[in-house]
Design a protein around this ligand. Structure first.
Ligand code: MV4
Length: 448
């Protein structure tokens, strides 16, 4: 097992990894920017190294400085958290060359799943269900010919994109030529990869994702699914496990397919496979995230597995010894609300001094926070302050506990999106589990 882990991240996820290190008896090293000198993760790690100015490109994304900090402190592994360098295959290569264990999959796996066209090809080969679609398109003429076969509406996507960036919905052949050209141009400049492909478009999908965990000895677990349909501009706002729209039958079938695909590709550590669900409940593979995700706590609460602890054990080469985590034996239901420093109606970021802070508590309530009262939220990073996760025997109980927790959460001095969460938990679509990726925009348009 590792003796010391450097955490190449900040905020609540750095705190989450520090906790896992403590449980495993591993020393932790925080890195931080000048703007984060007083941050919570700096206070709670065993050691801390300042690696640069506030600007992420010069600190949390600064590969030479991070490697130097690991060497100076004698760390034997690096945990990248999410965002920043977590899906950067080049960083994983550098770690390997410097004999530091990157806590994640191999750089090869990161490259395959990071390229959307390569991921589609791997998905076909290993039996994951896909929407009708194409490989890389040569030109607009080929795009029109393929779209005629698939049927309109279709969606153009960038091979180098992901997370919703660089997509174009096209409703007829007349629009396709121009959309092809503008999507190609945008993909070249945004992702340095002009390749685009086509897929049949689903109008009002739900976002369902499966959590996988694999060790280096060929064992693969599927820790069930999460429902993440409540999003705004491709940012998730509320997540839950299990999905209220999933039947047990479909869950078992999809878990088996996912487990088989991960075994065939010799995938290791944690991963998440994103699917779209259509109106009929069918699931189609979209993309794979090769990292720990923000919303992992809902899976932890319904499976009882500490996924960060297991991720670290798997990266260290341990043979994982998990209880039988067949996903159809969930324990109750869990919901997570992401608490952001932003105006709840306009989503304008709202950094500043936190003058008052009181976190909720009680049975079935978990708060993963990266902040404290008296700290100034810097403007240089994303707006996520904390996550509230509630658990209950039933979905209704988890929601009731979340309502109480949100009412108790006091964050003074800045604006937060707590009022948006309170509105969402009054929304019939949400209460009845009928939400889609369009629900949030409807709630905002109606006003709250
Ligand atoms: C789609 C789609 C409809 N049809 N693909 C956005 C993120 C990326 N992972 C996939 N995305 C979508 N792909 C087809 N063929 C609709 C979306 C989409 C979406 C997906 C999940 C969650 C929120 C979303 C919001 C808008 C669009």
């Amino acid at each position: 097992m590792f003796k010391k882990i450097l955490i190449a991240n900040r905020g609540e996820i750095a705190m989450r990894v520090i906790r896992a290190c403590r449980i495993l008896g591993i020393r932790s090293v925080a890195i931080h920017s000048e703007a984060d000198a007083g941050a919570l993760h700096v206070r709670f790690a065993d050691e801390a190294v300042c690696i640069g100015p506030a600007e992420a490109a010069k600190s949390y994304l600064n590969v030479p400085q991070i490697i130097a900090a690991a060497e100076v402190t004698g760390a034997d592994a690096i945990h990248p958290g999410y965002g920043f360098l977590s899906e950067n295959a080049h960083f994983a290569d550098v770690c390997r060359k410097c004999r530091l264990t990157f806590i994640g999959p191999t750089p090869e796996a990161m490259r395959t799943w990071g390229d959307k066209v390569a991921a589609r090809e791997a998905a076909v080969r290993f039996g994951l269900p896909l929407l009708p679609g194409t490989g890389v398109l040569k030109d607009a003429v080929e795009a029109v010919r393929e779209a005629d076969k698939i049927g309109y509406p279709v969606i153009l996507k960038a091979a180098g994109g992901g997370g919703g960036r660089g997509m174009r919905v096209v409703r007829n052949a007349d629009e396709l030529g121009r959309a092809f050209d503008s999507a190609t141009r945008e993909a070249s400049s945004a992702f340095k990869n002009p390749n685009i492909y086509l897929e049949r478009y689903i109008e009002e999908p739900r976002h369902i994702e499966f959590q996988v965990l694999a060790d280096q000895h060929g064992q693969v677990w599927t820790l069930g699914e999460r429902e993440c349909s409540l999003q705004r501009r491709h940012q998730k706002v509320v997540e839950e496990a299990p999905s209220p729209s999933m039947t047990n039958d479909r869950r078992i079938r999809m878990s088996d397919i996912v487990r088989h695909a991960m075994r065939e590709t010799a995938y290791t550590t944690l991963g998440t496979l994103e699917f779209l669900m259509d109106e009929g409940g069918e699931l189609y593979f979209m993309e794979m995230n090769t990292r720990l995700q923000v919303e992992h706590p809902v899976t932890e609460m319904v499976t009882g597995v500490d996924v960060v602890e297991q991720q670290i054990r798997a990266a260290a080469g341990e043979r994982l010894r998990l209880p039988d985590t067949r996903p159809w034996s969930f324990r109750g239901h869990a919901i997570e609300c992401r608490i952001n420093a932003e105006d709840p109606r306009t989503f304008t970021p709202w950094p500043g001094l936190i003058t008052e802070y009181h976190a909720p508590g009680g049975g079935g309530v978990r708060v993963d926070s990266g902040v404290y009262g008296g700290w100034r939220v810097p403007s240089a990073y994303d707006a996520l302050l904390a996550k509230v996760i509630t658990h209950g025997a039933t979905r209704a109980e988890a929601i009731a506990r979340m309502r109480c927790a949100l009412d108790e959460f006091v964050i003074g001095g800045i604006r937060t999106n707590i009022p948006l969460h309170q509105a969402l938990l009054r929304e019939p679509e949400v209460i009845e589990g009928r939400m889609s990726t369009r629900t949030i925009e409807r709630v905002i348009a109606r006003g709250f």
